[in-house]
Design a protein around this ligand. Structure first.
Ligand SMILES: [Zn+2]
Length: 151
């Protein structure tokens, strides 16, 4: 069964309106759907779209969530990169920066800020200290495995 291609009519419009802010937003959305490596926020992609363009965006998002990376998306993704090389470079730079931040801060990202850590010896609340935690009651430094996390 042939599925509808929601991208081609949008791509036609982008080709004819390359400098338009809505075309840039739609191009960012296509890049984001096509590649994790060049992802923009939904808000950034859609904030300058009118009602008709917003409808196009929802159709593309819905189609992508249902079909994943299909041939249609794999054709227009590279075309958007050729039309807007700076947008793809900026998307790649942003995604790389987020991955680098995540690599450095994985512990904080994975632990909600509401997590409270307790000393496993005396059960007092501990404070971050260097790469571990300090318990002021026991007057010791504890590594992560000597700390109990409660929410
Ligand atoms: Zn303690």
């Amino acid at each position: 069964m042939r599925t509808e291609n929601p991208y081609e009519s949008v791509m036609d419009w982008i080709r004819k309106n390359q400098g338009n802010v809505a075309a840039i937003g739609l191009a960012k959305l296509i890049l984001s759907l096509w590649s994790d490596d060049a992802a923009y926020s939904v808000r950034e992609c859609m904030r300058l779209l009118n009602d008709v363009q917003t409808e196009w965006a929802w159709k593309m998002i819905t189609h992508c969530l249902r079909q994943g990376d299909d041939n249609y998306l794999n054709v227009i993704g590279p075309e958007v990169c050729r039309l807007y090389p700076s947008l793809s470079k900026m998307g790649i730079a942003g995604s790389a920066a987020k991955r680098e931040f995540e690599r450095k801060h994985v512990k904080e990202i994975c632990s909600p800020t509401t997590a409270i850590r307790h000393c496993i010896i005396c059960e007092s609340v501990v404070q971050p200290h260097g790469t571990g935690y300090s318990c002021s009651k026991c007057n010791v430094l504890l590594m992560g495995n000597a700390v109990e996390v409660r929410y």
